[in-house]
Design a protein around this ligand. Structure first.
Ligand code: ZN
Length: 636
């Protein structure tokens, strides 16, 4: 049996040539925009932690200097990956500057009469601090008095402590402005399913893959995600009106709230004196995700389109430049307005055509296969699917309205993957016969089908090495062909894990941002960790009294379910725990043992004291490296 590793199959090479022939005409406008206003940068945008470890470095992407795509990369994605290489400080208008290519997202600096504001804060403090230093190197030491979070995704706020400190905020030297519902969304969106999302995000961004022409080349929105630890400072002011005007240190700004679009809490920013419209992450140089591959609640494509339409009508006539928090700006009223109208049309078209076909009874996979951009969008570089795709966005819209169930009763209660896979393999004449047929299909370039049947075979026979290698080879060719960076990353990491297995566990997953969680969310998170098999027929009530907030809560366990509620007065309970949230957080993070906390008075117990260790003992722990292309181990 022969497969090829890290090389394009002849069918893939032929596919790339076809893509290159059919791609939109190259007008060089994106290249000009991506470099317009360049003021300077650091070599390779290399950013290090205090201990010398690398946080961000674009040196490994040097292979993208070649204008011609290799056979292992879709030419349309290659072009985007080259554009996303631009890094440094760029002047957008007289008062607006952006640092791009220092992180996944952009940071926008807006100069006011006596200082500067930051629109967004990148993902980790190190990259944000480097961006601010670069800005100051070129523009002087203007005081940073305002940070604005455009939306509740971590690549836009996680670096805030690299810009300002909690002390700056407490002393009133810095205000932090965010869209309504920011805090709730920022901490809630990725908490409950956070462990699963973090693992799945590796497949979206390819951040655990090697970088290279046969490996990770981009993530569509930007190059990659930085290594480091995000932080969060709470906003001091929320924007709550549909449109809200403010004057900040002499500069007039207008916010447009756009809830339930690319993020649950998001807003646009218009600056009249600059004729500049910042669309946050609702209109960038890609088709975005209605549901990212990492998993999320499905986004509302209809609302998304409507808010872009509102921005077009409200600000379009006054706009000379559109910018966003990923990618490069678009200058000139005519070009900017066209860009915005096309982005609006993309989400509207996807929504309406998917729903129309749904109402004809088409299934998700059928709509995804059938629906394609009209020519007017297909020939526009910014409408291509570098990040989201028409295919998986269609499925998200179906899910939004009709759920996972396609209404075919045979799909209502299918055998689970491994049992089903064993039957498929047996019906196909056993592993050897299946491998022979699949190898022949691989030679013919039928990679989608080979990937599907080999997934069955590896589920049925995980130790079958020729099966694993053919499965990997098929995914690899699909990755090489993908226009979407996120599909490429998913396919290539899938191939890697067929070959070498999942990554090692990285300690206990899911403990981040504990302190930022409100009590209700914390108790919900604990309830999700109760191992039903351990709880069995246990029943008890634990009352909690948090000293600093004077809040009373009671957690009731019955039937393996832990329900929590806040009460006005101390509840009657089997055990009452008096403590602080900080102590509870430390106990849950295993930074403090209950015996220590009891001994130094940080924890006081009243009632059946043995219930506390019993309760902690019910809680599950997650390795964060679960199998994806192999069957996941079924926990207790
Ligand atoms: Zn982002």
């Amino acid at each position: 049996m022969s497969t090829i590793q890290n090389c394009a199959h002849p069918a893939t090479a032929g596919f790339q040539r076809l893509v290159a022939r059919q791609q939109p005409p190259e007008d060089r406008e994106d290249d000009a925009d991506a470099w317009r206003g360049f003021m300077g940068s650091m070599d390779d945008a290399a950013i290090k932690r205090a201990d010398g470890g690398s946080v961000w470095n674009l040196a490994a992407y040097g292979f993208l200097a070649d204008a011609e795509a290799p056979d292992t990369v879709n030419p349309i994605l290659w072009r985007q990956a080259r554009l996303n290489r631009a890094h440094g400080l760029f002047q957008v208008t007289e008062r607006i500057f952006q640092v791009r290519g220092f992180d996944l997202a952009n940071i926008t600096f807006i100069e006011t009469d006596h200082g500067v504001m930051a629109f967004d804060a990148l993902m980790v403090p190190e990259t944000a601090a480097a961006a601010l230093a670069l800005y100051r190197k070129h523009r002087g030491d203007r005081p940073l008095h305002t940070v604005i979070y455009s939306h509740s995704h971590v690549d836009h706020f996680g670096g805030v402590t690299g810009l300002v400190s909690q002390d700056d905020v407490d002393a009133g030297r810095v205000q932090i402005i965010a869209p309504a519902g920011f805090m709730q969304s920022a901490v809630a969106e990725n908490v409950m399913a956070g462990v699963a999302m973090a693992r799945r995000a590796q497949f979206q961004f390819g951040n655990t893959l090697p970088i290279g022409p046969a490996a990770q080349v981009d993530s569509g929105l930007g190059k990659n995600i930085p290594r480091g630890r995000p932080g969060l400072l709470a906003p001091t002011r929320e924007i709550t009106q549909k449109h809200e005007c403010m004057v900040i240190d002499g500069l007039e700004v207008e916010f447009q709230l756009t809830p339930e679009t690319e993020a649950p809490a998001e807003m646009h920013l218009f600056i009249p004196s600059e004729n500049a419209l910042n669309l946050a992450e609702n209109a960038t140089h890609t088709l975005h995700n209605l549901c990212p591959l990492r998993g999320a609640k499905v986004r509302d494509s209809l609302a998304w389109s409507k808010y872009l339409n509102e921005a077009l009508h409200r600000y379009g006539p006054r706009t000379e430049v559109i910018l966003a928090q990923h990618h490069w700006p678009t200058w000139g009223r005519e070009r900017a307005v066209r860009f915005l109208a096309e982005q609006r049309d993309m989400y509207r078209f996807l929504h309406d055509q998917t729903v129309r076909l749904m109402n004809h009874g088409c299934k998700p996979a059928e709509i995804a296969e059938r629906l394609q951009w009209p020519d007017g969008l297909a020939e526009r570089w910014h409408a291509r699917g570098y990040y989201g795709t028409v295919s998986h966005n269609v499925k998200a819209i179906y899910q939004h309205y009709l759920s996972w169930y396609d209404a075919h009763p045979a799909n209502l209660n299918k055998l689970p993957p491994v049992e089903g896979a064993r039957k498929y393999v047996a019906y196909m004449g056993g592993a050897q016969a299946l491998l022979g047929k699949a190898q022949a299909d691989f030679e013919r370039g039928e990679f989608r089908w080979v990937a599907e049947v080999m997934a069955h075979l590896v589920y049925a026979e995980p130790a079958n090495q020729p099966a694993r290698e053919l499965a990997a080879a098929a995914l690899e060719q699909l990755g090489f062909q993908a226009e979407s960076a996120t599909w490429r990353n998913a396919y290539l990491l899938g191939a890697q894990e067929y070959r070498v297995g999942p990554p090692p566990a990285s300690g206990q997953a899911g403990a981040a941002m504990l302190a930022a969680l409100p009590n209700e969310l914390l108790f919900d998170l604990l309830a999700m960790r109760v191992v039903a098999g351990r709880a069995k027929d246990l029943r008890f009530d634990i009352g909690w009294h948090f000293q600093e907030s004077h809040e009373h809560w009671v957690c009731s366990l019955s039937n393996g379910a832990l329900s929590s509620i806040r009460l006005e007065i101390a509840p009657v309970a089997d055990l009452t725990v008096t403590t602080s949230r900080a102590t509870l957080d430390a106990l849950l993070a295993h930074q403090l043992q209950p015996a220590q906390a009891l001994a130094n008075g940080r924890l006081m117990l009243d009632g059946q004291v043995q219930l506390l260790p019993l309760f902690f003992g019910l809680l599950d722990r997650f390795s964060g490296n679960f199998a994806v292309v192999d069957a996941a181990e079924m926990p207790q």
